[in-house]
Ligand binder design. Structure first.
Ligand code: FPP
Length: 235
């Protein structure tokens, strides 16, 4: 089996801190430039006909950062949600979110739900924010929901298979990513989409996220089309 169509790109947006440090700027300035890169990548995805774009915006581990940085990231997110609604509507793109969303600050949660609701009917593309997201937490949350259904007698545990388990993940309607891009050179998954990335192609660039532009995006896409996806089988 060889399936090349690129419909879903997932991105670990790393390097905001290093970008800022190299310029003698505060870390938050790096995140602010990172938010600009988010705007660019949403537009580029639309141009390239990418149907789903999942961005790792805040992990379950990111709460460990100092309060100023966490608050700054939440403010940026709020600002982004406020200004991006119009852009999403204009481009017919819907917003979704994955993660333990109810643990986000109330203001952020409400703003998020509002944009999700208002863009729900848009059909040209889907932007997915991973927020307070952890890959292991997602699997644990799915296992909890599934076990409740087993306990309630809705499901026979013998009928649990991969397809059924997937339906308990945060966004079962979204196909697995075809390509995962990580910026700023680190070669790890950092608890991102552990289930969904099982067969995704990985692309790592040394470019810091705030510098990630059209040329980098197009290089990653070209690289994807040169790969040979075999899903463990032979050609
Ligand atoms: C990694 O940079 C990035 C994050 C922890 C969060 C991603 C946030 C943004 C791109 C900005 C805001 C997003 C939205 C959607 C408005 P880092 O600080 O870990 O970089 P470093 O490893 O170089 O320190």
């Amino acid at each position: 089996m060889s399936e090349k169509k690129l419909q879903h790109i997932a991105i670990i947006m790393d390097g905001n801190g290093r970008w800022a440090k190299e310029r003698g700027l505060p870390h938050l300035k790096g995140h602010r430039e990172g938010a600009e890169a988010v705007r660019r990548v949403v537009e580029m995805s639309k141009e390239y006909g990418i149907k789903y774009l999942t961005l790792y915006a805040f992990s379950t581990e990111n709460w460990k950062r100092d309060k100023e940085e966490v608050d700054g990231l939440m403010d940026l997110l709020l600002e982004f949600l406020g200004t991006q609604l119009e852009v999403l509507q204009k481009n017919n793109v819907s917003l979704k979110a994955i993660g333990r969303l109810k643990e986000l600050p109330e203001e952020v949660y409400e703003a998020l739900m509002q944009v999700i609701e208002e863009t729900a009917e848009n059909t040209d593309g889907t932007l997915v924010f991973a927020l307070n997201y952890g890959g292991r937490a997602e699997i644990v949350d799915a296992a909890r929901k599934l076990s409740e259904d087993v306990k309630a007698g809705k499901i026979d545990s013998k009928s649990i298979d991969e397809a059924m388990f997937s339906r308990y993940l945060y966004a079962p309607e979204i196909p697995d990513p075809d390509l995962m891009i990580r910026t700023s050179g680190e070669l790890r998954l950092s608890n991102f989409l552990l289930w969904e990335l099982s067969y995704s192609e990985l692309y790592v660039t040394d470019v810091y996220w705030p510098d990630f532009g059209k040329e980098d995006f197009s290089k990653a896409i070209d690289c994807y089309y040169r790969r040979d996806r075999r899903y463990g089988g032979r050609k």
